[in-house]
Design a protein around this ligand. Structure first.
Ligand code: 6PG
Length: 253
């Protein structure tokens, strides 16, 4: 599946463009399928997006009552821990919109990792009435080592073919090592996979993922089987892409 690469000037433009795509996906899914299922990314990049979605016009425009919020991964910490991906989303978005509590399907980081993964897998199957959820939108971030969600290079989780969510352990920066992550089967069925990547510190890994040898990094393994695959980058994160790629991404190629 070829990826569409979109480059915008800065993090604020990235949040604005991501909010546009989020809203468009919601406004297509809700009326046609009765539900908009989205898996949020973690880390720090989506903070600006969540704040835009919590403000007008999106606060009033998105069909939140038909929106089901999931996560691509979670750190195994309580939901009120600042290291929690749920905590970030609650503080910047979920606490500021009118969404039914039962539509928020957080990964229960307060449980033992294996128990949290099993509970999340069950919840995904319950909501999607079967073993293969099809998210309308999966938001993903990119680590400097090429990980995405909590799928890290060399992890056995990359070979999981049945479970929708698994417990993993991975050291990355000063973040909690115990995590739960969606697996490739849960991500690759999405109608749209949207990477959000900002900052010059990601420029090297962006080049490696998009222009290096394929199939080696987790971020190269998540392209949807039959959905849209979009990389939304700010100029700093895209700065090491070849000129042709940058021209194409700017719609000039
Ligand atoms: C996590 C994320 C992880 C994140 C990347 C990028 O739980 O940390 O899910 O995959 O998206 O590490 O993180 P930043 O946005 O903070 O650079």
């Amino acid at each position: 599946m070829d990826a569409q690469v979109i480059v915008v000037p800065d993090p604020a433009a990235l949040a604005a463009k991501a909010a546009e795509r989020f809203a468009a996906a919601a406004q297509e899914a809700a009326p046609s399928r009765g539900r908009f299922g989205v898996a949020l990314s973690g880390g720090s990049t989506p903070r600006a997006l969540f704040r835009v979605l919590a403000s007008e016009p999106y606060q009033g425009q998105i069909p939140w009552a038909q929106t089901h919020i999931f996560w691509g991964d979670e750190r195994c910490v309580p939901p009120n821990d600042p290291n929690s991906n749920y905590y970030l989303a609650h503080e910047t978005l979920l606490g500021h919109i009118s969404i039914p509590p039962e539509n928020i399907h957080r990964i229960r980081g307060e449980l033992e990792p294996e128990a949290a993964a099993r509970a999340y897998d069950r919840e995904l199957q319950d909501v999607y009435c079967g073993p293969r959820p099809r998210f309308d939108l999966v938001l993903l971030g990119l680590g400097r080592d090429g990980h995405t969600a909590s799928l890290f290079p060399g992890s056995p989780a990359l070979h999981e073919a049945e479970q929708l969510a698994v417990a993993v352990q991975a050291e990355y920066e000063d973040r909690p090592a115990q995590r739960v992550t969606l697996t490739l089967p849960a991500i690759k069925t999405a109608r749209q996979v949207l990477f959000l990547v900002a900052g010059a510190d990601k420029s090297e890994i962006v080049r490696a993922v998009l222009e290096g040898p394929g199939g080696q990094l987790p971020a190269q393994m998540v392209s949807p089987t039959a959905g849209r695959f979009v990389w939304l980058l700010d100029a700093a994160a895209a700065s090491q892409l070849t000129a042709n790629a940058q021209l194409a991404a700017a719609g000039l190629g």
